[in-house]
Design a protein around this ligand. Sequence first.
Ligand code: G6P
Ligand code: MG
Length: 208
Amino acid sequence: KVEAVIFDLDGVLVDTAVYHFQAWKRLAKELGFDFTETENERLKGVSRIDSLRLILNWAGRAVSSEEETRLATLKNSWYLELVSTMKVGDVLPGTEDLLLNLKKAGKKIALGSASKNAQLILEKVGIAHYFDAIIDGNGVRQSKPHPEVFLRGAEALRIPPDKCVVFEDAQAGIDAAKAAGMKVIAVDSYNVLNDYDARINNLIEVTL
Ligand code: G6P
Ligand code: MG
């Protein structure tokens, strides 16, 4: 029986995956490089610095660690510009109902995100109060597909991993959840992900 639900943030609860894509694309353009939506799939769920390194690698560029930091900071400032337009209620369809129904059913709820902006975004869209634990990019050392973020979530909730179900929109996140010994539901309307236990188009489709 499922006792806890762990949510990824970007692309599952909020429509920010598209903002990450736009900000990375703008950065790539500055570097005289472009990448496709298919390549972008590989950046989902991946930390800021690892995403930058993938892009630099695709572009065939090597930069100093100071330049890496500058580029990552620049991307984040553009990303935050896009996020600044978000307001209370700006969540993906089905989000509020699902969080509310899980609460009513006595399930524990955690966030398991690679983002360092997670807390800010949860508060901006007005759903932070639903979470019993928030594990984000500030507290995790190993990026998805490493299971650390989800194992830390289960630990914080005091629920064994095999009683947790994860909602993910990224292949790295699905692999991380499986590696943690959890069930995983892919939020994947384009049907591009693999190795999940179930697939949904959006959170509206979820019934307890
Ligand atoms: C999520 C997103 C990634 C993003 C990562 C770090 O996993 O899917 O696209 O790179 O978080 O986010 P941050 O907001 O800290 O740059
Ligand atoms: Mg995501």
